[in-house]
Design a protein around this ligand. Sequence first.
Ligand SMILES: CC(C)(COP(=O)(O)OP(=O)(O)OC[C@H]1O[C@@H](n2cnc3c(N)ncnc32)[C@H](O)[C@@H]1OP(=O)(O)O)[C@@H](O)C(=O)NCCC(=O)NCCS
Length: 252
Amino acid sequence: MNVSLARFALWNLKTCALANVVVGQHHNYVEISQALLDYVKEIFSDRPLVAAAWATPDDQNWHNALLRRGFEIYIEKCYFRKDLKGYISPYANHFAFQSMNEFGENEFLNHFVRIFPGNANRDFNNANPKSDFYELKGSSVENFDPARWKIAYFHGEAVGIMILKMFEHDIREGGLLSYGLFPEYRGKGLGKALHAVGLEHLAQLGAEHYVGSTDCLNDAMIKIFEANGCSDAGIRRQYRFLKPGSAADIWI
Ligand SMILES: CC(C)(COP(=O)(O)OP(=O)(O)OC[C@H]1O[C@@H](n2cnc3c(N)ncnc32)[C@H](O)[C@@H]1OP(=O)(O)O)[C@@H](O)C(=O)NCCC(=O)NCCS
């Protein structure tokens, strides 16, 4: 095989390996991708594999190669974008914030495990919610800034959390991670208003645009993106390869 034709990357995570195979335009695209996937499956035969593809015609061949090699879709993530230049929340702002610098990591963790178990996001680890928190913190290590890990207060009461994230690859792109409200404050319009305030904070940090995503089953979050003027930026599918005989609950 001509090496300039194909390349692949593997991220060997704690629980699984993530495969990203890039093959240039070629009439044997699917066969080449499948051969590389077989190789990845062989060298990581001891662990599950995950991969991702956009639900677009451009990624159709990669999607076909994954399915033919026994991968299955297990999550679809809906992506949204918004221009943030000069953005100001249109909602009345009754929120106040404290950062992790003021309240410490344990308090944030306690809030995190109250908000996320049982939520609509299928990639959340319900069996061990703390592991998602530490994974998030671990993945932020290089740019970990406790000042951007926030607890939100509404009329003096803690109602939810969020992390303001400026993406490393493009300093002008921002995101809100771990965004959520305590169950007792949901369904009252606070989610929409707090999200808009989060966008305003990102704009103040210098973000020119926002990228957000959620599980396509998370109806409430999708309504928030739409209500706050974010536009549809596509669906990204996540695939997994379960070795025959592996339990599906390895993923949760
Ligand atoms: C997602 C979340 C932040 C929404 O907050 P919220 O305060 O309930 O949202 P709002 O009250 O502002 O409602 C927003 C919209 O969603 C709708 N909605 C609220 N709960 C809903 C539900 N369970 N199913 C479907 N729609 C719902 C509301 O009717 C409203 O729609 P409308 O604009 O047509 O009136 C909250 O449910 C949450 O914290 N969930 C757990 C964590 C999570 O999923 N975070 C997002 C991770 S990407």
